[in-house]
Write a protein that binds this ligand. Structure first.
Ligand code: NAP
Length: 346
């Protein structure tokens, strides 16, 4: 099979996106690829098994983005440099051999040539579901762990609020907060998600933000003594209401602001002066800065999963042609749990 030429379905970004992305912004094309790496190159060729749909991918679809931290996708070209789980089919790199299971940066296509294999991690726990390496054991897992422990610096008994709480990152932050002995409340966009937070993930309380008229009053109801830690995933009106409800010396770990990603003119936060009055530390962070801690993280998180201390809910669809719908669904809250797409069975 190695060195054969095979067809390679790929998702292309058709054009830069303004406003909410649609399925029509992407298309599926079929190319061919040789299952080999050029002689003398240190590249790795992989067969992609799962690709991850993540909110940051929207930022890479904009032509102009003053807050860009990663390069844009190229219109007319495949969507490359996204997270996935893959199997090595050919390798010129000494650290990888055919048959290895890896996760890391790959392409939204059936086969990818990875020219920078240092972005790949070996999968050390094949006894756990492989798809977990797009989520709890992959990028969102590291995000939740680093953002909660390193940026938020929790103490036992802290009052913790998590937005987009049923998503890939949020569900883990809530469970880590319980492990750390905190009181944790989550917000989500449907009653089904709210029920999941309370019954499956062990949040102490949760609410459907779409049903609340006055977020300030809702947070006062949930946190009569105020919030010590806000794990920020959404921005906008939620952030502004949270600012009014923070305690003195509270911490806001700014993970993301999904409510802002499709806006041409982002919202402001009129209550920002609360940072001064309440001596709040508000700090953004990037998961990329924490991948050097991955080995330790993987061991600890795999342990929690095996002991049943952490559970993980995924929203799985099958078929590369489903990627556009799965990706845009993140921005209407269609996903319940971590959104991923099966590209091929192993
Ligand atoms: P996710 O929560 O699994 O999926 C996105 C969810 O966001 C949707 O299901 C939806 O849930 C919610 N949402 C969408 N539009 C919204 C809006 N206008 N207002 C409020 N909520 C909205 O995504 P994730 O992968 O866990 O990512 C969560 C956040 O973390 C995102 O902001 C992402 O950019 C960020 N992130 C940051 C890093 C980093 O390195 N800093 C790494 C990974 C992720 P509802 O039904 O609850 O609305």
């Amino acid at each position: 099979m190695a060195d054969a030429e095979v067809s390679n379905k790929r998702v292309i970004l058709k054009q830069f996106v303004t406003g909410f992305p649609t399925e029509d912004d992407m298309e599926l094309v079929t190319a061919t690829v040789r299952l080999a790496v050029p002689p003398g190159s240190a590249s790795v060729m992989v067969k992609n098994l799962y690709v991850s749909c993540d909110p940051y991918m929207r930022n890479r679809m904009s032509e102009h983005n003053d807050a860009a931290y990663i390069e844009q996708f190229v219109p007319g070209e495949p969507v490359l440099g996204i997270f996935g789980v893959s199997k090595v089919v050919a390798s010129g790199h000494p650290d990888f051999k055919a048959g290895d299971l890896v996760w890391g940066l790959t392409g939204c296509e059936e086969y990818s040539v990875i020219t920078h294999p240092e972005s790949l991690f070996k999968i050390n726990h094949p006894e756990l579901p492989l798809s977990y390496y797009t989520g709890v054991l992959g990028m969102p897992g590291v995000t939740a762990y680093a953002g909660f422990f390193d940026v938020s610096k929790p103490k036992k008994g802290d009052y913790v609020f998590v937005s987009a709480a049923s998503g890939a990152v949020g569900q883990l932050v809530g469970q880590l907060a319980k492990i750390a002995g905190c009181y944790v409340v989550g917000s989500a966009g449907s009653d089904e998600k709210v029920s999941l937070l309370k019954t499956k993930f062990g949040f102490d309380d949760a609410f459907n933000y779409k049903k609340e008229q006055d977020l300030n009053a809702t947070l006062k109801r949930c946190f009569p003594l105020g919030i010590d830690i806000y794990f920020e995933n959404v921005g906008g009106a939620m952030l502004d209401a949270v600012l009014l409800n923070m305690r003195m010396h509270g911490r806001i770990a700014v993970c993301g602001m999904i409510s802002q990603y499709n806006l041409e003119k982002p919202d402001g936060a009129p209550n920002l002066f609360c940072l001064v009055a309440k001596r709040i530390r508000m700090e953004g962070f990037m998961v990329l800065d924490y991948f050097n801690t991955y080995t330790k993280f993987e061991k600890e998180m795999a342990g929690y999963l095996k002991e049943g201390k952490i559970i993980f809910v995924e929203d799985v669809v099958e078929g590369i042609e489903k990627v556009p719908a799965a990706l845009i669904g993140l921005f209407s809250g269609r996903n319940v749990g971590k959104q991923l797409v099966i590209i091929a069975r192993e």
